[in-house]
Write a protein that binds this ligand. Structure first.
Ligand code: NAG
Ligand code: NAG
Ligand code: NAG
Length: 564
C-alpha cells in the first residue's frame, strides 16, 4: 500500500516538477549550521515577488518556515515549532539551519514566486556525524596459544549513519571464519539523539607468533577517511614444549674450573624454576635458571640434567667431561751422577685423554730420551719434559751433572806452521773441569772444555831434548802422561823429521800413497843396500813416541823415504 502511494508521489513529482529538477540532496554536519541551497543559487527570476521555505512535518502535514519578500529586508518567520529559533535565509536564498541534528533529515522545499511563475525546489537534507577514532576495550590480559578467546571489544560511539568496524591484524583485515575468528557487531541508537554506536567483539585463536602481532580496529564511515584505533599487542601464553640445558664454561673443562649449568624452557611466560639433576642428586632452584659447580674435579665428570618443576618429563641432558693431567717425573731437580753410572728416568702420567710428551735437553728438542745405561759427560744437561693434553700442559725437569776423575785421552805434539815451535796437545776428560799442569814452561796456553772433554795446548821452543809431562787434576782424581820432545835445532840440522805426530801424517796422506808407489822401487834399493852391508841410518829416528804404534812408525819410515 505504501509502495503504491510512493510510486504515485513519484509520478506526481515527475509531472509537477520542471524537467531536469530531481530532488537534490545536501549533507549537513551534526551540531553545525546546515545550508540548504535554493536551486543552487539560481533563484532570482525577473519579477520575483517572494521566496518561501517550507517543509513536511513528521506527521506528513506541511509546515512553513519563513518568507522573504523582495521589497523587505527581513524575512517573515512563520515557523512555530523548534525551527523558529534555528532557521534564517541567506541573501542567495539558501535556508540556514543552526545546530543541525538528525531531526533535520527531511525534505525542505524552496518556493520561488514571481509575476509569471511559481517554482518549487525540494532539497533532501542528510545530517552526518563523523566518528572519532575507535577504542579497543575489555582487552584480554593475555591469549593462549591455539585457544579461541575474547580479544576485546572495539567501540565507536555517537555516529550517523552507523560506522562499520573492521578488525585488523598487522594492517590486514581479520575475517570471521566461524571457527578461529569470530566477530560479532552490534549497533545501538541513542533514543534522544538518534546517533548510532557500533561495538564489535573479536574472538581470536592466537598462535605463538602472534606475540608480535599488532591488533587494531578501523572505523569506516560514509563521511570520509577511516579512523584507526591505537594498536594493541598481546602476550601469548603457551606451555613449555622443550627444555634445554646449556653448559657455560670454557672448553675443554679442566679441573678447578667453575661450570655453570643453565636451563631454559621455550614456553611463554618462560619457566623460572627448575630441578637440576647433578649426577643423580636433585637440586631445585627457584626464580633462577642456573646452577654453578665451583672448582670442578675429575670425579664431577658425568651426566647432568634439568627439568621443569611441575613436569619432570620435560628434561634436557648434558654430559660433562672434566679434563685432567697428572704427571710425575723421577728424578727431578739436580741429579749428580758418576761417569759410567746408569740413570733410570721414569715419567708417569695419568690423563683424561692421550697425553703428548716432548723432551728437550738444554732447549734442544730430543726425538726421544736417551737410555742412560752408562752415563757420559755429554749426557749432562738440563732435561725438560713437557706433557700436554688439550687445555692443560705440565712441565717437569731435572738437571743432570756427570762427574768423574780426569783421564788423559791423548798427548800429542806437532810442529807449528812456521816451523819454529812445537805445539803440545793434551786431551783429557773429566768433570768438574780438570786443571792442567805442564812440566815445562811454554807460551800461548790454550784451553777448551766441551761436554766433559778438556783440550790443553802448549807452545814450546825446545832447546834440548825434553820429556814433557801433562798432569791433569780435579777433586775426584788426577792423571799424568809423558811425551818426548826433541830439540828443534838438532832435528832441523841432522834429523829432518817432518812429521812427529798423527796430524801431520794425516796431512801427508797423499804423500803416503805416493810413497807406497815409490816404496816398491825402494825395496830394491834397500835390498841392494842390505846386500852391500853399507848401512846409512841417518834416516832412522831414535825417538820413541808414546802411544805410537809399530805400524805408524813404518809409515813414518816410508814417508821419510818419500821426502828424501
Ligand atoms: C550562499 O551564500 C553563502 C554565504 O552567504 C555561501 O556560503 C553559499 O555558498 C551560497 N550558496 C550558493 C548556492 O551560492
Ligand atoms: C818456569 O818459569 C818460572 C818463572 O817464570 C821458573 O820459576 C821455573 O823454574 C820455570 N820452570 C822450568 C821447568 O823451566
Ligand atoms: C837428542 O836425542 C837424539 C836421539 O836420541 C840424539 O841423537 C841427539 O843427540 C840428542 N840431542 C841433544 C841435544 O841431546
Amino acid at each position: 500500500m505504501h509502495l503504491v502511494i510512493f510510486l504515485f508521489g513519484v509520478f506526481i513529482a515527475a509531472v509537477i516538477l520542471p524537467p531536469g529538477s530531481c530532488i537534490q540532496t545536501v549533507i549537513g554536519l551534526y551540531g553545525e549550521t546546515i545550508e540548504v541551497p535554493c536551486n543552487n543559487g539560481n533563484n532570482k527570476p525577473d519579477g520575483l515577488i517572494f521566496t518561501k521555505w517550507k517543509y513536511v512535518k513528521d506527521d506528513g502535514t506541511p509546515g512553513d518556515l519563513l518568507v522573504k519578500q523582495v521589497q523587505k529586508d527581513d524575512a517573515i518567520m512563520s515557523a512555530t515549532d523548534g525551527y523558529k529559533n534555528r532557521v534564517s535565509i541567506a541573501t542567495n536564498s539558501s535556508l540556514l539551519i543552526t545546530q543541525g541534528s538528525l531531526t533535520d533529515q527531511r525534505i525542505f522545499t524552496c518556493l520561488v514566486v514571481s509575476l509569471t511563475n511559481l517554482d518549487e525546489y525540494p532539497v533532501e537534507v542528510k545530517v552526518y556525524k563523523k566518528p572519532s577514532a575507535p577504542v579497543i576495550k575489555n582487552k584480554a590480559k593475555e591469549l593462549e596459544n591455539g585457544k579461541l578467546m575474547k580479544l576485546g571489544d572495539c567501540m565507536v560511539e555517537s555516529v550517523n549513519p552507523a560506522a562499520d568496524l573492521i578488525w585488523m591484524k598487522n594492517n590486514q583485515p581479520l575475517v570471521d571464519d566461524g571457527k578461529t575468528i569470530i566477530i560479532t557487531s552490534t549497533v545501538t541508537k541513542d533514543p534522544s539523539t538518534g546517533l548510532s554506536s557500533t561495538s564489535s567483539n573479536l574472538q581470536y585463536t592466537a598462535r605463538k607468533d602472534d606475540v608480535t602481532s599488532q591488533f587494531t580496529c578501523t572505523a569506516k564511515h560514509v563521511s570520509g577517511p577511516n579512523h584507526v584505533s591505537a594498536p594493541e599487542i598481546f602476550q601469548i601464553h603457551y606451555p613449555t614444549e622443550k627444555v634445554s640445558l646449556q653448559v657455560v664454561s670454557q672448553s675443554p673443562i679442566r679441573e678447578g674450573d667453575n661450570v655453570t649449568l643453565k636451563c631454559q624452557g621455550d614456553g611463554n611466560p618462560p619457566p623460572t624454576s627448575f630441578n637440576f639433576n647433578i649426577k643423580g642428586q636433585k637440586v631445585t632452584v627457584r626464580n633462577k635458571d642456573a646452577y654453578t659447580l665451583t672448582g670442578i674435579t675429575r670425579v664431577d665428570s658425568g651426566v647432568y640434567k634439568c627439568s621443569l618443576l611441575d613436569n619432570e618429563e620435560m628434561e634436557s641432558t648434558q654430559i660433562i667431561t672434566v679434563s685432567f693431567l697428572d704427571v710425575s717425573l723421577i728424578p727431578t731437580g739436580k741429579v749428580l751422577k758418576k761417569f759410567g753410572e746408569s740413570l733410570v728416568v721414569s715419567l708417569e702420567k695419568n690423563a683424561s685423554t692421550e697425553a703428548k710428551v716432548t723432551w728437550t735437553k738444554d732447549n734442544h728438542k730430543l726425538d726421544k730420551l736417551a737410555n742412560f745405561s752408562q752415563l757420559t759427560y755429554a749426557d749432562a744437561g738440563l732435561y725438560v719434559c713437557d706433557v700436554s693434553i688439550e687445555g692443560i700442559r705440565r712441565s717437569l725437569s731435572f738437571e743432570l751433572t756427570v762427574e768423574g776423575g780426569p783421564r788423559i785421552l791423548s798427548l800429542t805434539k806437532h810442529r807449528s806452521n812456521d816451523g819454529k815451535n812445537k805445539v803440545l796437545t793434551c786431551e783429557a776428560d773429566g768433570s768438574p773441569k780438570p786443571d792442567v799442569q805442564w812440566s815445562v814452561n811454554g807460551t800461548d796456553n790454550e784451553m777448551s772444555y766441551v761436554n766433559g772433554k778438556a783440550t790443553y795446548k802448549l807452545t814450546v821452543v825446545p832447546s834440548k831434548n825434553l820429556t814433557v809431562t801433562c798432569h791433569v787434576t780435579n777433586k775426584l782424581g788426577d792423571d799424568t802422561k809423558e811425551i818426548s820432545v826433541f830439540s828443534l835445532f838438532k832435528e832441523e840440522t841432522s834429523n829432518p823429521e817432518k812429521n812427529e805426530d798423527g796430524a801431520e801424517q794425516a796431512k801427508l796422506i797423499v804423500g803416503v800413497v805416493v810413497g807406497l808407489f815409490l816404496a816398491t822401487a825402494l825395496v830394491g834399493l834397500i835390498y841392494w843396500l842390505y846386500i852391500k852391508k853399507s848401512r846409512q841410518g841417518s834416516w832412522k829416528t831414535g825417538e820413541k813416541e808414546m802411544g805410537t804404534s809399530e805400524e805408524s812408525k813404518k809409515l813414518e819410515e816410508n814417508n821419510h823415504k818419500a821426502d828424501v
